[in-house]
Design a binder for this molecule. Structure first.
Ligand code: SAH
Length: 459
């Protein structure tokens, strides 16, 4: 380790910046943000910098006297001789000095920072490669949401209270881990501090609550892992056990925490490995064992996903849960297939329906579906394709209405089969699309020829 990382308190303290150009302005800016009183010395000083609140501008050449009383010094001129002089004189007085882009002359370096105040992350390569440090910073930027500031501030607010209530240090550490990794933190991150506080108080009331299970009902999108949300990914990485069915693509299951237990609950058509009630009970049992349970579902959990039923059982049992939306098949698949679901000229409305057959029929409001200038998206409809096309024609749609079947949309195996209400059943018979498939009906389907070409995904 070449440098000792520390965070310096410069609030109200005099700090010197030698130089008056762009670089000086940037460095002075960071110091000002940390509340320092900044003295700027240079023959010519940038007008904006001079006007900055908290800046004392001295339009002169640097001389030793400018160092008097300074806590930190930054040399940011474009003249190495001047920078060197500043560095030597400061070091002779044991004042920490930074010379921009000149590690040799520095007694301290200014790291790249990721500011989630009060949470602050600093990066440095000790001057080896500022570009690399900035890239790392960029990566972490996407992993640590903006509102972590809020989370840190929330923790600060309750720090003393928790300390006085949970007196055993290891237990307190677990308590805080639970707060940061659990529903309390998620509430804070989504801005609902009132609920977060109520939950935290509840946890404090009973130490038995400290290891308490919870369930994340997470939408995994239609297949391509790139379509996961940041929040889904975060929860996938922290769950102890993953409960998934066959709509969740393999690469996505692979992205869950490595050492998490994985439970497959099936659910292919007519081949339910576990019945819905059994899945509901399984979630409750796992959470009661104190586990963080990830219930991973294809698409969006609240769209034909029976997510509502699963959380109803959890709510009855008093188990904390959260629901994370996902990209539903309709929007993911349509976009990868180059079919806009609405379009000024072709469709002013869009309907999502399930084509699941019950007793061999499809119980749908056909008059509402067979309207002009409307897109109809049918989930689970392949087995009822003949009925679907016949009923739409019977209720008034022209038999020339475009219709497409998209097989395994957004994945490597995406395939689009299109035709009209009249021709598609025959085409599908020959082409035998593989599940899962989504059916899209309406004029927008024809736009595909124009638009799909430009999409990176082959279809
Ligand atoms: N909750 C899911 C839908 C579950 S119902 C969502 O929001 O997407 C299951 C149906 O979704 C399948 O029968 C199929 O019609 C559709 N579906 C899901 N993923 C799909 C995909 N990648 N390609 C085509 N259809 C898909």
């Amino acid at each position: 380790m070449d440098f000792l990382p520390i965070f310096a308190k410069v609030k109200g303290k005099p700090c010197l910046v030698v130089g008056g150009g762009e670089v000086a302005k940037r460095k002075a800016g960071v110091l000002l943000e940390a509340g320092a009183q900044v003295r700027v010395v240079a023959p010519e000083i940038d007008a904006e910098l001079q006007a900055e609140k908290g800046v004392e501008a001295i339009a002169a050449r640097f001389e030793e006297g400018h160092l008097d009383g300074m806590m930190l010094v930054v040399a940011a001129t474009n003249n190495r001789e001047v920078n060197k002089l500043v560095s030597l004189l400061a070091q002779a007085r044991n004042i920490p000095v930074n010379v921009v882009d000149d590690p040799e002359l520095c007694s301290f370096i200014m790291p790249a920072i990721l500011d989630r105040s009060p949470l602050m992350i600093a990066f440095s390569s000790g001057g080896a490669s500022p570009v690399l440090t900035r890239m790392m910073r960029g990566r972490l930027e996407t992993m640590i949401p903006q509102n972590y500031s809020r989370l840190a501030a929330f923790a600060e607010r309750f720090r003393e209270l928790v300390k006085s209530r949970v007196t055993n240090p290891p237990k307190r550490r677990i308590f805080w881990e639970n707060v940061f990794e659990g529903v309390v933190a998620e509430k804070v991150l989504t801005g609902d501090e009132a609920s977060a506080e109520a939950m935290l108080q509840q946890m404090l009331k009973n130490e038995d609550n400290i290891r308490r299970g919870e369930v994340y009902l997470v939408g995994a999108g239609p297949g391509d892992p790139d379509l996961l949300t940041f929040r889904a990914l975060r929860l996938m990485q922290k769950a102890d056990v993953v409960v998934y069915d066959n709509l969740v693509s393999k690469p996505i299951v692979e992205m869950t925490r490595r050492d998490a237990e994985r439970i497959y609950v099936g659910k292919k058509r007519d081949d339910h490995t576990l019945r819905q009630e059994e899945i509901n009970d399984l979630l409750v049992r796992l959470a009661k064992e104190g586990k963080r349970v990830l219930r991973l579902k294809g698409g969006d959990p609240f769209i034909f996903g029976r997510g509502g039923e699963e959380i109803e059982t959890l709510a009855e049992e008093g188990i904390p849960f959260q629901v994370v939306p996902g990209i539903t098949a309709a929007s993911g698949v349509a976009s990868y297939a180059g079919i806009p679901l609405t379009h000024r000229d072709y469709a002013q409305s869009c309907m999502f329906v399930t084509g699941h057959l019950k007793d061999g029929t499809m119980n749908l409001d056909w008059d509402a579906l067979a309207r002009p200038k409307q897109t109809v998206v049918v989930y689970m409809g392949l087995h009822g394709l003949d009925t679907l096309c016949a009923k739409l024609i019977e209720h008034g749609l022209p038999d020339s209405t475009p219709i497409a079947i998209v097989q395994q949309g957004t994945t490597q195996n995406q395939r689009v089969i299109s035709g009209t209400l009249k021709t598609l059943p025959g085409i599908a018979e020959r082409e035998k699309p593989q599940a899962p498939t989504l059916i899209i009906v309406g004029g927008v389907v024809t736009l595909r020829e124009k638009l799909a070409w430009f999409h990176p995904q082959k279809s």
